[in-house]
Unconditional design. Structure first.
Length: 115
């Protein structure tokens, strides 16, 4: 019985992803950290590096394969960043991991921010 419970728990953890059970920053706390008007270096899961600046007024700038102005807003418990076509909008929640902030879109890592 205990063995079956452990296997079931391990399967659930695998399905729910690495962020399951960890505490995401509340959206207002994440905003205070990331929307400070200073550029962040972002790493995507594939290794691509971009720069992201979010300003307190809801505006921002994305510098990557395409460079463009962006906007952001809080929607429920996430920060939604509108990059425009073809990147679209990403609604992310953040986990603090040392000096980095790991942005999750659903259960997937969208990007990791650092300075």
């Amino acid at each position: 019985m205990l063995e079956r419970l452990l296997v079931t728990s391990a399967c659930l953890l695998g399905v729910l992803g690495p962020a399951w059970g960890q505490g995401f920053l509340p959206a207002p706390a994440a905003v205070r950290i990331v929307a400070d008007g200073q550029p962040w270096t972002g790493r995507r899961p594939g290794g691509e590096t971009v720069r992201l600046t979010l300003r307190p007024d809801g505006s921002g700038r994305f510098e990557g394969p395409l460079t463009r102005e962006a906007t952001w807003s809080v929607q429920e418990d996430a920060i939604c960043i509108a990059f425009g076509f073809p990147l679209g909008t990403k609604c992310v929640r953040f986990l603090r991991q040392g000096a980095e902030l790991v942005a999750h879109e659903g259960s997937e890592i969208a990007f990791i921010l650092s300075r």
